[in-house]
Design a protein around this ligand. Sequence first.
Ligand SMILES: [Zn+2]
Length: 437
Amino acid sequence: MSWFAGEVPRDGEDAVTELAAAARDVHVRDAAQILRPPRDELPYLRHDRADELVLDGGALAVEAGVVAGFEPDGGRGLEVDASGCAVVPGFVDCHTHLPFAGWRAHEYEQKVTGVAYEEIARAGGGIAASARALAAADDDAVLRQSRTLAGEMLGHGTTAFEEKSGYGLAVEAELRSLRLADRLGEQVAQQTTSTALLAHSVPPGFDADGWMDVVEEMLPRVTAETGATALDIFVETVAFSNEHLARIGRLAGRYGLALRCHVEQFATHRSVPVALEHGARSVDHLSCLHPDDVDPLAAAECAAVLLPGAELLGGEALAPGRELADAGAICVLATDLNPGTSPIASLPVIVGLGVRRYGWSVRESLLAVTLNAAWVIGRSADLGSLEPGKRADFLLLDGPVEHVPYRFGHNPVAACFVGGLPVFVRPDAAWRLSAGT
Ligand SMILES: [Zn+2]
């Protein structure tokens, strides 16, 4: 029994039907570690309590694709020998820019060799380049590239992810992007949600205010024609302002969408108080967060989504991850997978960066890609932790959890299960799975 990540995403209906039919009973035994929340039914766990996460060895029983319990003799069906392994919830990547078309590798080389972003942008690079690539690619080509990436993510343990529009930069193109996000969600093994990033870059021919009028006009179509559950904006000198953030916040409230925002990435704009005032679900990036905004953010029911991959590859400042965690924020890590600032699909790499760059413990970093990340996408009632009644999305790691950051760059995922079904099994771990009774 062995699958390879690239083969996992299948086309359309078949994948859904197959997964539903195969939702199965699994008995995972002899795990060295099983990562569990301190008690059941927590929507999230604030980071000053991350050390309460339980990491005991034992067994995990799955019935009909749902976690049933942790009794050593419980369970039947597929047997999994987890000796020497850690069992953790499937990772949730709550901030990606899938679906997109093409890459921008040449810009990365330009950036690291000292070409200014403004110069790259003047030459037609940046978000505009990705918008042109998306416009030039047909739907099948976009979905093919995105499915391949989703397969790579699955092979690195991502069992749920968020998608964003934002490379459309025109009404019909943004709607197309959101429809492609919906279709991608039907074609991959993961659970997905989508976010309308309608204020990403000011489209050519508009000023920022004029484009916001267009956004307001298109929202009824976004909610009627697509499955988007959140609204997003990029606040930066080169993009939109805090006033636009406030307007997006009001619109999110009016249309029942969660407010997400890209803020404090390249410079400090004091956007966080504005986002909190409008009930944001998350504030993302925070590399240039003002020190005075740490405590109010930590006290709010709003996640601090940190993107250390973008910080590393973009040469950006470092978000105050340690301060946010100590202050009790709902901290989250994500890849920010996109063709510009973070072409990283691996959450194990991001966990490694969280530990190294923010000085977080392994528990803190794992919490940030599981339960708290599931809360950001509105799915923590059924995803993000191993507890009875939740979906059996889990990973078999090839060593203890401490190895995830320590063996930086190594992919620790030996097997990946969604809804109790093994959708990825590394060939050297195939012996661990056997048909039970
Ligand atoms: Zn982003």
